[in-house]
Write a protein that binds this ligand. Structure first.
Ligand SMILES: [Zn+2]
Length: 272
């Protein structure tokens, strides 16, 4: 979700087939050929999370995450120029966040927090939409007042510069997050992505509504940052009404939600 997903860091859980293949096993030199600034910053964040031991290399939780991630990837990939990869990360706060370059991180605690498949899918669709919108790069540029042209190509960026930007990004994702407009835009694109992936986009609405009922300490940071969940819910409902041919077939009734069967206290092996 807008807020739910990105603010805090997580521990990544990944079933990892999707995610680890390139980032973890491809020699850096081989990756460099096709890198641009987004990919480079994303790699730096990945390296930072891995160094902290947060990225989950294997866990039964991936069995729930992977089919959803795969379906969403099929729909979203044509809209982004780097491969989407999904990782579980280990963190107390339910959250998810996307970084430049296509990596999407889902905290293990979010897997336990969501009530159903649609809420998890909605969160992932929202995060993927931030990537499609290049929001995290915009965040870096805005906060650091770095103009796009200064970032330039990877060859101009360089590893040390990318590392600095990655650290900045991690801080931003954990603290300020995105603007209200960026969140709302990610909600609407996320609804489109979810609908196209055959996941009921009402899952995002249900998640916001659960947040309003939840203990404040348990609310995913990304959702709690903006005290305007009702505004986001209203915007989503209007979006659904505006395109009945796309959204009309999806039920707003939570009774239609599909259960998400997540093993309790699933074992996690961390990527080192
Ligand atoms: Zn967001």
């Amino acid at each position: 979700m807008g807020s739910t997903t990105h603010r805090r860091w997580l521990g990544v859980v990944a079933v990892c087939v999707l995610a680890v293949t390139t980032s973890a096993t491809t020699p850096r030199a081989a990756q460099d050929r096709n890198q641009d600034d987004e990919q480079q910053v994303g790699q730096e964040v990945f390296d930072e999370l891995r160094a902290k031991g947060e990225i989950v290399a294997s866990s039964p939780l991936y069995e729930q995450l992977q089919p959803i991630a795969a379906a969403i990837t099929r729909t979203a990939q044509p809209r982004y120029n780097h491969p989407f990869r999904f990782y579980l990360v280990h963190e107390q706060q339910p959250n998810a966040f996307a970084t430049p370059g296509g990596n999407v991180y889902v905290t293990d605690s979010l897997m336990y927090f969501v009530k159903n498949t649609e809420q998890l899918a909605g969160t992932i669709c929202h995060e993927v939409s931030h990537t499609i919108h290049h929001d995290s790069m915009h965040l870096i540029e805005k906060e650091r007042q770095v103009e796009r042209r200064e970032l330039g190509a990877a060859i101009l960026l360089g590893p040390s510069r990318a590392h600095v930007l990655a650290i900045v990004l991690i801080g931003k994702l954990r603290s300020l997050g995105y603007s209200r407009d960026a969140e709302s835009a990610a909600d609407l694109t996320g609804a489109d992505v979810c609908a196209a992936s055959q996941y009921n986009p009402w899952g995002l609405v249900w998640l916001f509504q659960d947040f309003d009922k939840a203990d404040t300490a348990q609310i995913p940071q990304l959702l709690s940052d903006h005290p305007d969940n009702q505004h986001r819910v209203d915007a989503l409902k209007q979006h659904f009404r505006d395109a009945p041919s796309v959204f009309g077939s999806f039920s707003s009734d939570t009774a239609s939600a599909r259960a998400l069967s997540v093993p309790k206290n699933a074992a996690e092996v961390f990527l080192r």
